[in-house]
Design a protein around this ligand. Sequence first.
Ligand code: NAG
Ligand code: NAG
Ligand code: NAG
Ligand code: NAG
Length: 507
Amino acid sequence: MGLNKTIVRNMSRIEARKLGLALLVGCCIVILTYFVSMSETTVDQQLSVAYRVGTVEVVDGKISLQKPERLRKAEGGHGNTAEEKVHRTNFSAISPITAKEEKRESEKPKDEEILPPKREAERSQTMKPQVVEPICDFSDPRTEFCEMKGDVRIHGKSSSVVFVSPHQRSNEWKIVPYVRKQMGNVEKVSVRTASSPGGVPECTINRSVPAIVFALGGFTGNYYHDFTDVLLPLFLTARQFDGEVQFLITNIQVWWLHKYDPIIKRLTRYEFVDLDDSNQVLCHPHVMVGLRFHNDLTIQPTRAPNGYSMLDFTAFLRSAYSLQKAHAISLREHPDRKPRLLLVARNGTRRFTNVPEIVQMAEGLNYEVVRADADFGDVAGFAGVVNSCDVIMGVHGAGLTNLVFLPTNAVLIQIVPCCELEGMATHTFGFPSMGAGLNYLEYNISVEESTLSEKYPREHPVFTDPQSLHKQGWFKMGKIYLVKQNVKLDVNRFRPFLVRAMDLLGR
Ligand SMILES: *[C@@H]1O[C@H](CO)[C@@H](O)[C@H](O)[C@H]1NC(C)=O
Ligand SMILES: *[C@@H]1O[C@H](CO)[C@@H](O)[C@H](O)[C@H]1NC(C)=O
Ligand SMILES: *[C@@H]1O[C@H](CO)[C@@H](O)[C@H](O)[C@H]1NC(C)=O
Ligand SMILES: *[C@@H]1O[C@H](CO)[C@@H](O)[C@H](O)[C@H]1NC(C)=O
């Protein structure tokens, strides 16, 4: 185990060095591989879209974002206007799932929730039986997904999937099997239909289980992207088969699969196939190309197989990593116990400069403080630490992805650096934590709490016109706000958030 870990870490280091790749900004975005073939512009656009920077639209001169439901309630406001704004503002390709939508879903009658949602194809077939069943769904702005049942033949080396069916006309699509379909560095897979087997290669290996074709690479190697781009979409696509499914992987990175072994092993009982390197013609009775995706670290149960929700995903992760704690501490039942507060300190960028002061204040409020820097190499170890806690606080960054290991009802406090990063922050961790049954609090730091105030005069556009920097794209924005900025938390201003977290644990 220890050796494995070392290998995994060394591998990532070696790959990063070998490819001479830049350290990117963002949620500590160390993008390890596959950037060589992408121009900086493409990556920049992808990141801007991913984090809604530069592309975030401005409504009434203000960045449009949805406030955490809890804060809205606390302020006694009607959330609706804010939500409607989010809907009207088309955040380029990504539309955020709102708390309202989630509520609507949970209000649906129980049986409707449990029934697997009818696929578009099934609906159109019941209406017009003559229509050729579409096998690929291109309606989602983020992902392309094809599903075929019957005679499906896959040839890895030529990246081609052929569906032989008398009900299909000849057709061909090029699919990016990664949930960012604009991603230029992910090799496309050809999905073709043929009405007869003539000219289609014979199967050299017949399998009886379904297969999922998907790509690694992309932004994987960054902890946040590992979860939002692959692990959650993979859960959404594969979990329904209860292990009886095989993964056919392009852009394979074996170290990555080892790193998340407990998750992968729970999703499939079969060896993965390095598809780029396979010269066999693999035949499966049911093949999916691409992964299902709803939104970042978010599941919309009405669209999910078996009505899965984020709660199912987090329960699944707890089981995969043998995490004991399903619910955060109830201070009503145990008023004598101290809740555990995980302070994600961060070691590099966006770190707290006054950790001892924060720890002292929190201990004064009767928290047991656990100080840790997210150890991205040791997923299982860190997952255990996170799961043992009731509250997690940290500056916006990939470490907060660990929210997926928190027990339900725990509290996530995201500390949002300056300036106007709230939309991005809420999208990356706010909505996901609410979906996962956590309480979410968001603390916007003031300019005085930002170490940028030591580097730039107050009248500098960095403070007076953040949008002018945001508009220049992810790299330029990030170089200042995400790389140069540390946080000197004003403990007096912050204290009420820890008090509120304590209240939430007492409900
Ligand atoms: C939102 O943007 C996408 C991508 O630019 C576009 O296809 C879609 O039609 C837009 N939706 C609305 C409601 O404007
Ligand atoms: C795979 O199955 C097909 C259809 O049943 C059969 O024709 C073919 O011979 C099988 N190929 C192998 C390698 O078993
Ligand atoms: C944090 O940085 C210090 C000094 O740079 C280093 O010794 C330590 O190992 C780092 N901790 C983690 C968890 O990376
Ligand atoms: C954080 O900033 C946003 C955007 O300015 C604002 O809407 C929100 O109320 C702020 N949150 C808190 C807790 O001050």
